[in-house]
Design a protein around this ligand. Structure first.
Ligand SMILES: [Zn+2]
Length: 307
């Protein structure tokens, strides 16, 4: 079964301004590198559908969804927080990004593909139930997970978040949720300055100091994530795949290299193989150094696809 690649041209139309790091070129760089690497030909591509309110409302209150729709401008740019803004392309992009995880869930839980990667933006893991922040509007991965639980009867989902920032939105949504185990690493102390104060028992958070690299990351995964995942036996695995802990990414101060993304993906493929029929849905989060982002995505997707 080929790996599914889910994306949409609308995701390129969300634009928060010329100097904003969360820029449309991120997806263009990924697409180019998938082609250059030769693996693009082995992926089954799908256009992301628009998420419907029914999907979003499993995560966000209806009044929040309505407020985002209402805030969307026809012209110009509207800021929802100092670094999170909407232009005329944002709403369709955000709906496609969330819809991608719904389609990915249907394809993977339905057995059409063993795994899927959603190359989408805006990202989602900072979006809480009722707040847009940190470049995020809807919590894309949470929308997919709730769909897996409600539409496919999945009872145990593991979330892996290796973005350099703590996934505070995902934690806000799933803290205490009996259907979910979340494991994550993130630079700390660092934006959004969460994840260390008394996390819920289903949150396995490993804060890493600025300057941490391959060794500290791999030790955290082996000592903390893998035992927790083995004990939990997830029926499906979701990855918040942010690539901003890369040494070339100056958004943060961690020092991972391309190979670390292949390594961690392989570990997760093995966990999924043992417990989840191989089922993995991975969703792009951060990653702002375009070349490093695109190369790391290729490492990640190549490992998901087993080629
Ligand atoms: Zn990030």
């Amino acid at each position: 079964m080929a790996t599914a690649l889910i994306t949409h041209a609308d995701c390129m139309k969300h634009d928060m301004g010329t100097y904003h790091p969360e820029c449309p070129s991120r997806l263009a760089a990924i697409d180019d590198q998938l082609i250059m690497s030769g693996i693009g030909a082995y992926l089954d591509r799908y256009d992301a559908p628009l998420a419907e309110d029914e999907h979003l409302a499993r995560v966000h209150p209806q009044r929040y969804i309505d407020a985002i729709r209402k805030a969307a401008p026809e012209h110009g740019v509207v800021h929802l927080d100092p670094d999170t803004a909407m232009n005329s392309g944002t709403l369709p992009a955000a709906l496609r990004a969330a819809g991608a995880t719904v389609l990915a869930t249907d394809l993977v839980a339905g057995g059409k593909h063993e795994n899927a990667f959603c190359a989408v933006r805006p990202p989602g893991h900072h979006a809480t139930r009722n707040r847009a922040m940190g470049f995020c509007f809807f919590n894309n991965i949470a929308v997919g997970i709730r769909h897996a639980i409600h539409a496919h009867g999945i009872e145990r989902v593991a979330i892996i978040d290796f973005d350099v920032h703590h996934g505070n939105g995902t934690e806000d949504i799933f803290a205490g949720d009996e259907h979910v185990l979340m494991v994550s690493t993130f630079q700390h102390p660092f934006y959004p300055y969460s994840g260390t104060d008394d996390p819920a028992p289903n949150m396995v958070n490993v804060p890493l100091k600025a300057g941490s690299g391959s060794q500290q990351f791999r030790e955290a995964v082996e000592a903390t994530w893998l035992p927790a995942l083995e004990a939990y036996k997830p029926q499906m695995i979701y990855i918040s795949a942010g690539f901003d802990a890369h040494i070339e990414d100056d958004m943060a101060m961690m020092r991972l290299v391309d190979q670390d993304y292949a390594w961690v993906t392989q570990k997760l493929v093995e966990v999924a193989g043992r417990h989840a029929n191989g089922r993995i849905v991975s969703v792009l989060e951060g990653g702002y150094a375009l070349s490093a982002l695109a190369r790391s995505v290729v490492m990640h997707v190549r490992t998901l696809g087993g080629f």
